[in-house]
Design a protein around this ligand. Structure first.
Ligand code: KIV
Length: 317
């Protein structure tokens, strides 16, 4: 509650250039640009950290169903939920481009439904582009979105929204027929105007071929090193995920055990009375009681003033 939400310093006042759709579209590694680094985030705090770390794009993925809500798959996630998380992420943004996932059944029905849903995500979730799963069968949807000014990131290979049809989360594009299908899907999205395409869980040689043969960047997840960029789910990358993680999800840190350790230290200190110490307690006021005028300001007007006046300075660390 008392974090500095909404007050993220814009790089100490220095101008930071926002990553744009045309810039991302131009980032084909073969053309000498550096690879695109994308990561998911679902809230203000994580978005601030990953933006500061220098990612090019943040995806508010429907993976939030599994990561944030603890669901078995992404199917129940709603448009309102993606929009809600988008607003939180966007408040943290200084540099990265922010992409919002169109959830299951928010676009599949028709191109018109796709335009309506994506329009809502742009207006209510403050997104700068949308992503949708599927290839050739949704090329017309992508075309219509692009025509009305909504940039689209495609997504082929393993499509988590079709987990039941696939019979589980399985590598796609194995065998020549399956390889041709993924390539056809990627080409259809490119021709419809997608500015980048996520390739999920396909063999590296197939991803390399698609990356060679299409003109927009490919962003791989479990698709090998030849892609023009990579995307990972933030909790996988940080080692915050409990339970099974996919083979491609490299842990760049192991923060889960650190969180458990820190919180269990807190629990112990609360129970043995060593927290809060004098260091984490406001100084006694004039009456000699231990009340803070900031915390206990009796009406909301006083509270507002308390944040402006010198008296409030010692509220913050
Ligand atoms: O929802 C998501 O996080 C995604 C990525 C895994 C690409 O679609």
């Amino acid at each position: 509650m008392y974090s500095n939400a909404g007050q993220r310093p814009k790089n100490g006042g220095a101008e930071v250039r926002k990553v744009t759709v045309p810039e991302l579209r131009g980032r084909k590694v073969a053309q000498g640009e550096s690879a695109i680094a994308m990561v998911t985030a679902y809230d203000y705090t994580m978005a601030s950290l990953v933006d500061e770390a220098g990612v090019d794009a943040i995806l508010v993925g429907d993976s939030l169903g599994m990561v944030v809500q603890g669901l078995a798959n992404t199917i129940p996630v709603t448009l309102d939920e993606i929009a809600y998380h988008g607003r939180a992420v966007q408040r943290a943004m200084v540099r990265a481009h922010v992409v919002g996932d169109l959830p299951f059944m928010s676009y599949q029905v028709s191109p018109a439904q796709a335009v309506e849903s994506a329009g809502r995500l742009m207006k209510e979730g403050l997104f700068e582009s949308v992503k949708l799963e599927g290839g050739l069968e949704f090329a017309e949807h992508v075309y219509r979105l692009v025509r009305v000014g909504i940039p689209v990131m495609g997504h082929v290979g393993l499509l988590p929204q079709t987990v039941h049809a696939m019979g589980g989360f399985k590598v796609q594009g194995r065998g020549s027929e399956a390889e041709e299908k993924v390539l056809t899907d990627a080409r259809a999205l490119e021709q419809a105007g997608a500015f980048a395409i996520v390739l999920e869980a396909i063999p590296p040689d197939v991803a390399a071929r698609i990356t060679r043969e299409i003109s927009v960047p490919t962003i791989g997840i479990g698709a090998g090193a030849a892609c023009d960029g990579q995307v990972l789910v933030c909790t996988d990358l940080l080692g915050l995920t409990t339970g099974k993680a996919p083979k491609f999800a490299k842990r760049f840190a192991d923060l889960g055990p650190s969180v458990v350790r820190a919180v269990s230290d807190y629990v112990s200190e609360v129970r043995d009375g060593s927290f809060p110490s004098a260091q984490h307690t406001y100084k006694p006021n004039h009456s000699g009681t231990n009340e803070s005028s900031v915390i206990h300001a009796s009406d909301s007007q006083d509270r507002l003033h308390a944040f402006d006046e010198p008296l409030a300075i010692d509220f913050w660390n």
